[in-house]
Design a binder for this molecule. Sequence first.
Ligand SMILES: [Zn+2]
Length: 136
Amino acid sequence: MADNKPAILPAMITMKCPNCRKGHMFVNKSIFPLSGMLQMPEKCESCGQKFELEVGFYYGTGYVSYALSVALYIFNFVWYGVLIGLSYKDNSIFYCLGISTAIVLILQPWLMRFSRVLYLYMFVKYGKGAALKTEE
Ligand SMILES: [Zn+2]
């Protein structure tokens, strides 16, 4: 089984089912239309893994996407500081803050999706699925 096991990182980045790493976790492959960007099929089209393990399962992902946004801010400050340079003597802090905010806002739909992916990957392991109440 380990031979043709798809790698976890590419599977997460392409938002594939954590159980089989083949089926898509989201109905729409792109984030457009934005109103449907978080639409998920009830079950994986490939292996039948349930995506919403219980009602309100994704409630906690708000915190995950918040943490990802903060991490992205820090990351932006680091590369900006290294590539362009941050100084208290000019407006570079404000430019950096503006650019970081723009990047975080633009990536927000993706961050919201990715936090769901992270969340489901924490509960569903490859080839094992998750214990489902309905199947016990
Ligand atoms: Zn699957």
